[in-house]
Design a protein around this ligand. Structure first.
Ligand code: KDG
Ligand code: MG
Length: 412
């Protein structure tokens, strides 16, 4: 089955997405997600200029060979832009293969290992009463596992805290701020790690007091602590039995987690900013983490994610695939097929896309009673409506930059 076209579609139905559509001579099409928050046009250019011309004429069925050709064959391998582009191609080719086989993708990956993927939702609030309300709202929607992010006394806005929704509206959180300025700049936020370390144990104490010991609770440190600070937070949160503490230290130094691990039994998760299996360094072989957090979109697609999860399984580490709204519904569907198939599934992050996004991306996956299922639609199970996409052109949007209260730039 020869590839006759590879088209890049950048759309912005509420937020920006980069989608690749690969078409074969038989008229089968496949979609891939190449969205990289705040750097969408770099992936678009990489795909359009350097990848699409190589795809036309290739056999769509040679997925592994195409992956190696784009990765190893480029000499300048890895990096978030390159790997998002490779991921987009890889997902599209798996979509085509599964459609041609007349199967949902998870069947090609070995079939279902479970009835659905346990999803965690995102509760947050500026203070404890708002957080408790947000947890209640998530439980009412069916979530069986919940991430808790909290405002910090003295700081105006903090990562992961949604603005309160107007009555009747959903409680959405979208960190990338859109701008129609000719020269847009990222917004800025403020940070104070000592205030955060003092506050978070009180938040978890209140949540456990209200909702009891059963509910799996998660928290994202978003790369903001030094190893010794992370060790302290892990220890302080032990009485509240977290499902995981995510990204407690900056991810580029995996050895930092050796120190954290020596001090706490709070389970650790990391990897959403990784773009290669090699970024994990000693994290898997030394069992320094409990969950891998890579996104299918950023680690190089289904092919790369399957290898990562198999390597993780060898070391008793489970999956926790990244699934915020900046992963498009196509990337989300790819994650769900893997979640259903692999043995070492842990949990799936789920932040539902807005209705506007779902006008462009026609999805078939379901969320019921806390579990996600990719559906039995052939392929990935997502199609893109070109007319709807054309109604939502690209809008510049950037993630915030973080500064300490004295003005020093800090990890966001
Ligand atoms: O683009 C950045 C977001 O994907 C990230 O901030 C979300 O940390 C995140 C998470 O755990 O979902
Ligand atoms: Mg995170």
């Amino acid at each position: 089955m020869k590839i006759i076209a590879a088209d890049v579609i950048v759309s912005s139905p509420g937020r920006n997405f980069v989608t690749l559509r690969v078409t074969t001579e038989d008229g089968v099409t496949g979609l891939g997600d190449g969205t990289l928050n705040g750097r969408e046009l770099a992936v678009e250019a990489y795909l359009r200029e350097h990848v699409a011309p190589l795809l036309v004429g290739r056999d769509a069925g040679r997925i592994e060979d195409t992956w190696q050709y784009l990765y190893r064959g480029a000499y300048w391998r890895r990096g978030p832009v390159t790997m998002a582009a490779v991921a987009a191609v890889d997902m599209a080719l798996w979509d085509i293969k599964a459609k041609a086989a007349g199967m949902p993708l998870y069947q090609l990956l070995g079939g279902a290992s479970r009835t659905g993927a346990l999803a965690y939702g995102h509760a947050s609030g500026r203070d404890v009463p708002e957080i408790l309300d947000s947890v209640r709202a998530h439980l009412a929607q069916g979530y069986r596992a919940i991430r808790i992010q909290s405002g910090i006394p003295g700081l105006d806005s903090v990562y992961g805290v949604a603005s309160p929704a107007a009555p009747g509206q959903r409680y959405d959180y979208e960190p990338a701020r859109r701008s129609q300025d000719a020269h847009p700049r990222p917004p800025e936020e403020q940070w104070d790690t000592r205030a955060y370390l003092r506050h978070m144990p009180r938040v978890f104490e209140a949540v456990r007091e209200e909702f009891g010991p059963e509910l799996p609770l998660l928290h994202d440190g978003h790369h903001r602590m030094t190893p010794i600070q992370a060790a302290r937070l892990g220890k302080d949160l032990e009485p509240y039995d977290l499902f995981w503490l995510e990204d407690c230290t900056p991810a580029e130094d995996p050895t930092a987690l050796r120190l954290v691990r020596q001090h706490t039994t709070t389970p650790l998760a990391i990897g959403e900013v990784f773009n290669s299996l090699h970024d994990y360094g000693p994290l898997l072989s030394e069992r320094l983490i409990d969950y891998v957090r890579s996104a299918v979109t950023h680690v190089g697609g289904v092919t790369a994610m399957r290898k990562l999860l198999d390597l993780a399984a060898v070391h008793g580490v489970k999956s926790g695939i990244h699934g915020p709204t900046d992963i498009s519904p196509v990337g989300m569907a790819a994650a769900l097929h893997l979640d259903l198939a692999v043995h070492n599934f842990g949990i799936q992050e789920y932040m539902p896309h807005t209705e506007r996004t779902l006008e462009v991306f026609r999805t078939s996956f379901t969320f019921e009673d806390g579990l996600l299922h990719p559906s039995d639609t052939h392929g990935l199970g997502v199609e893109l409506d070109d007319e709807a996409a054309a109604r939502f052109p690209y809008v510049p949007a950037y993630l915030p930059v973080n500064r300490l209260t004295d003005g020093t730039v800090h990890d966001w």
